[in-house]
Write a protein that binds this ligand. Structure first.
Ligand SMILES: Nc1nc2c(ncn2[C@@H]2O[C@H](COP(=O)(O)OP(=O)(O)OP(=O)(O)O)[C@@H](O)[C@H]2O)c(=O)[nH]1
Ligand SMILES: [Mg+2]
Length: 268
């Protein structure tokens, strides 16, 4: 058995991927985006060992979905390069959400499943929810999971397809000078990785990622083209309805005129 673990961090921009990468590796090599600009640009890989363990960890931080620096196409290409670089497979994907499991997170997860991985992505994926102050309280974690499950069918499906939902709150040094929250997170995740993530995931058809990206972008363009047509149809229908209402109203007006035998007042 190989004494290596490879972890891939993915998710929407700003959700806290680089922070988790720093916390797990106990470094500050990954740039945490303190300001409103998305920081991670591609696949940054760092390696670390844990004292007392005969294991080498490789941790890969990726560019965030919906970042404010690159187009969607450029983002997908950068993600593709990072994922294609994982030649020896992955032990764990951390899909990072922050606060709530939003509609955009559902879309991002779907993108990873359909373009980069496959139906079995969930077996190797742990969802990490950052910015969760109640992370130490089992009751709060349980309640949060329950609320998420009841939120909508898509979220419930993703949650049950993945291995686990983990809550953290990786506060900065200014927020927590003793860094207790980060230390707890590191201890938990390192233990989780060393004791749970032995299996290696070799995503199939990695060679076809570029084709899938092209298809996705083409379909999207086609889809938005259709949307323009639909919007046009709605506008036309609205115009026709207004015309019809107008015609009907004028007809009613004429009928009233005839009924009263002269012009009526107050008609719009
Ligand atoms: N309170 C709190 N803040 C967090 C947590 N995780 C990250 N942050 C903060 O959220 C901001 C974004 O964190 P990053 O780790 O840079 O997020 P990212 O997903 O790597 O973002 P990009 O690479 O820019 O797409 C930073 O200011 C972090 O300090 C958390 O668990 N709790
Ligand atoms: Mg980042």
């Amino acid at each position: 058995m190989t004494n290596e673990r490879t972890i891939l961090l993915v998710g929407r921009t700003g959700n806290g991927r680089s922070t988790i990468a720093n916390v797990i590796s106990n470094t500050n090599k990954f740039k945490e985006s303190e300001y409103a600009v998305s920081e991670s640009e591609g696949g940054q890989i760092e390696h670390f060992r844990v004292k007392g363990e005969n294991m080498i960890y490789h941790i890969i931080d990726t560019i965030g979905i919906s970042n404010n620096r690159f187009t969607e196409e450029e983002t997908l290409r950068r993600l593709a390069n990072a994922i294609k670089g994982v030649q020896n497979g992955l032990n764990q994907i951390f899909f990072v959400i922050s606060g709530k499991f939003t509609k955009e997170d559902v879309e991002a997860f779907t993108l990873f499943r359909t373009i980069f991985f496959g139906e079995d992505i969930g077996k190797y994926t742990t969802i990490i929810q950052t910015k969760f102050p109640g992370f130490r309280d089992p009751e709060k974690r349980r309640k949060n999971k329950e609320v998420m499950r009841n939120q909508n069918e898509n979220v419930a499906t993703i949650l049950s397809s993945c291995r686990r939902l983990v809550h953290v709150n990786n506060l900065t040094e200014q927020e927590d000078s003793r860094q207790r929250a980060r230390n707890d997170c590191r201890a938990f995740l390192r233990n989780y990785l060393s004791s749970n993530c032995q299996n290696v995931y070799m995503p199939s058809n990695l060679g076809e990622i570029d084709k899938r990206i092209e298809n996705y972008l083409a379909e999207k363009e086609h889809g938005s083209g259709q949307q323009v047509q639909i919007d046009q149809l709605i506008k036309e229908n609205q115009y026709l309805r207004e015309q019809l209402n107008n015609d009907n109203a004028q007809q009613k007006f004429r009928n009233l005129q005839n009924f009263f035998g002269g012009p009526t007042y107050g008609f719009p």
